[in-house]
Design a protein around this ligand. Structure first.
Ligand SMILES: Cc1cc2nc3c(=O)[nH]c(=O)nc-3n(C[C@H](O)[C@H](O)[C@H](O)COP(=O)(O)O)c2cc1C
Length: 181
């Protein structure tokens, strides 16, 4: 095995689920590194992610890198796959637009590895025409998706936008990783 999964965590109410994902991947023998989006810090702390992964968490684009290579380039090179779970509408929109204002989006744009999005958001956001367009554009450009499911949303309602079951996120990620071989 010995593969490295770079887990992108974003500013979604489902960000806490990244903790379980880390455990599930580590149990299978993967190295997990985390990179946080600009607003992920409002939902989960770097300390938690760093403790669970046992690896330094990338969270600040302009922090002095430990080595001479800029951190987003090193992270992109070291990863075998990038999984963004949960993925916000915001992060998908930025990447679809080729924008990279934070270390997560910069790492994705600097990567030639498979990138998998597992979106999570309110049902109306998920159905929004702009969000749909961004998802279609990303798919057309070879990005992978693990679609959200119907479930209880942060607003208390039931709807489509609930992060896919973590078992599905893990198994789909492994399938994509193995295909890449
Ligand atoms: C309580 C709360 C929950 C949120 N949950 C989500 C979510 O699940 N999905 C989403 O796309 N945006 C969600 N948002 C909006 C994002 O946090 C916001 O767009 C943010 O700028 C995303 O930043 P990021 O993409 O840099 O992580 C939520 C906002 C709040 C205040």
């Amino acid at each position: 095995m010995g593969k490295t999964i770079l887990l992108g965590v974003t500013g979604s109410i489902a960000a806490f689920k990244a903790c379980d994902l880390i455990g599930m991947f580590r149990k299978k023998g993967y190295t997990v590194k985390c990179v946080m989006s600009q607003d992920a810090k409002w939902f989960i702390t770097p300390l938690t992610l760093e403790t669970l992964t046992g690896e330094k968490v990338a969270k600040d684009m302009f922090e002095l890198p430990e080595k001479r290579t800029p951190e987003h380039i090193a992270l992109a090179d070291e990863a075998d796959i990038i999984l963004i779970a949960p993925a916000t509408a915001d992060v998908m929109g930025k990447i679809a637009g080729g924008m990279c204002p934070d270390i997560l989006t910069c790492t994705v744009l600097a990567s030639d590895k498979p990138v998998v999005f597992a979106p999570a958001m309110n049902d109306k956001m998920f159905k929004n025409a702009m969000v749909r367009e961004n998802i279609e554009k990303l798919k057309k450009n070879g990005y992978h998706f693990i679609d959200p499911v119907k479930g209880r949303l942060a607003c208390g309602k039931e709807g489509i936008g609930h992060l896919a079951p973590l078992e599905t996120v893990v198994s789909e990620t492994e399938i994509i990783l193995k295909k890449r071989g």
